[in-house]
Design a binder for this molecule. Sequence first.
Ligand SMILES: CC(C)(COP(=O)(O)OP(=O)(O)OC[C@H]1O[C@@H](n2cnc3c(N)ncnc32)[C@H](O)[C@@H]1OP(=O)(O)O)[C@@H](O)C(=O)NCCC(=O)NCCS
Length: 331
Amino acid sequence: MDILRAKITAAGHYLPERRVTNLELQKTVDTSDDWIVERTGIRERRVAAKGQATSDLAVEAAKSLLKKRGIDASEIDLIIVGTVTPDMFFPSTACLVQHKIGAKKAWGFDLSGACSGFLYALQTGAQFIAAGAHKKVLVIGADVMTSIIDFEDRATCVLFGDGAGAVLLEPAEAGEVGIMDCLLRSDGSGGEHLYMPAGGSLNPPSVETVQRKMHYVHQDGKNVFRYAVRGMADISAEILEKNSIPSSDIKLYIPHQANLRIIKAAVDRMKLDESRVVVNIDRFANTTAGTIPICLSEAVEGGRIQKGDKILMASFGAGWTWGSVLMQWEA
Ligand SMILES: CC(C)(COP(=O)(O)OP(=O)(O)OC[C@H]1O[C@@H](n2cnc3c(N)ncnc32)[C@H](O)[C@@H]1OP(=O)(O)O)[C@@H](O)C(=O)NCCC(=O)NCCS
């Protein structure tokens, strides 16, 4: 059987309406706009409304994508949702999205890859296309990080925001390239540096876990920073070398948005012109699995991507998980 290639045919995104600026955070935690901007590049972030869950953000991103592609949800075969903040442990957020958008014939599942969740999900979805099993795969990255953030902890609460992005994968036509290559990695020895200790089978929720704030994101920021700088820069350079593509051939670089200094390290390493780098961390902070598809969707909407352009996406996150995807835009 021939191996098919997958291509992205549409992208959509959704950000909750409520904007929380650094100045607003400055009123409740011991931080400052200057510190946050200088150390991270973040100026504001979006925060989901009370009762607005990850599936709600994902549904809006999916609906915008379906409208752009001009297809009905009933045509979707498979839904994969990359998230670390599912609505609940079960049913999966993918099932909730499937029901809410009316994707009657689709099956689906969630995938936990933290900030690399979207790239993990993209490559997983691409395999179903490559195998000829499915023709329309909806890949979503969505997180409501503010649901697991301690807003009294200045070291984490300034870094994250809520948002969702989605893409549609379909088989590439003859002569089209689509997704060219993908490198995905994980290293569980990094787990202790960025994690949420309670709520799972190890530390089921209890009065004690709540009192000890174990249901929030815990991180050793310096170590995360150190590994992320190296990990994202290395895997971005590696995929270009492997494919013998000079960075000058990359029309747009879409890095995960955790810290502007981490992005700059990768950009410097590849000697990329800043005009070819997508940055939205100033407006949305780190939206975890939502980040890369939000960047991609914004770039398409803004006319920054044309048919035939080579796009490089890269991520680094909890796990550790990291990866890069090289593609040619065919939409
Ligand atoms: C968290 C991070 C922004 C901290 O920046 P940094 O330059 O490394 O700062 P440091 O950790 O050296 O902290 C310097 C000081 O700033 C303080 N600080 C931390 N957060 C602060 C904040 N929001 N406002 C003001 N001061 C803050 C620290 O307490 C520390 O004070 P101390 O020296 O008195 O102990 C940075 O390490 C980072 O971005 N790490 C990666 C986090 C991440 O991306 N996580 C998700 C991964 S996908």
